[in-house]
Design a protein around this ligand. Structure first.
Ligand code: ATP
Ligand code: MG
Length: 147
């Protein structure tokens, strides 16, 4: 396994106020890389989506723990958001745009699509009854031709 240049891991409760905490934690962690404002915002938004999913889906009627870890490999950051909640039966289906199991609660089914468009890669490992780990990878400092 590659050795990271830096790494962090935090564990917090699945309370909605901790979504902001998770965003800030990841933002603070990559601050030393001096990220562009847009890539910082994109990564924080992707982390928010993954953490919100733990809060509203994984621990639907209870409070559980969420493990957030991040590693830096050169200019690449790898963020993992892990819960030990209900898990996902069909990951492929869950990742389809507009698919949601909570349409009555104003969920639009776009969380995974947002993660995918704001990161270079998104991988989801889940086991029903055991929990889910979402891994977000993003290269920092990549110049867009459109900007
Ligand atoms: N950590 C998780 N644990 C259990 N189920 C999950 C988890 N993350 C996602 N899911 C399932 O995958 C579906 C799709 O997630 P996604 O984030 O794309 O949409 P959403 O959360 O339903 O809506 P939105 O993110 O737009 O508010 C969810 O409706 C839920 O059924
Ligand atoms: Mg979501």
């Amino acid at each position: 396994m590659k050795k990271p240049d830096n790494a962090m891991k935090i564990i917090f409760l699945s309370l909605s106020e901790n979504e902001r905490f998770a965003r800030s934690a990841v933002g603070g962690f990559i601050a030393s890389k001096d990220p562009r404002i847009d890539e910082l915002g994109d990564l924080k938004t992707a982390v928010s989506e993954a953490v919100t999913n733990c809060i509203v889906h994984a621990y639907r009627d209870c409070i559980g723990t969420i493990e957030l870890s991040a590693r830096l490999y050169g200019d690449e950051v790898v963020v993992k958001v892990r819960d030990t909640g209900c898990g996902i039966e069909d990951v492929k289906k869950a990742m389809e745009p507009l698919y949601t199991t909570l349409p009555d609660e104003e969920r639009s089914g776009l969380g995974f699509s947002v993660m995918e468009s704001f990161c270079d890669s998104v991988s989801v490992k889940s086991r029903p009854g055991s929990g889910t780990t979402v891994t977000l990878t993003k290269k920092l400092g990549k110049r867009s031709l459109l900007k």
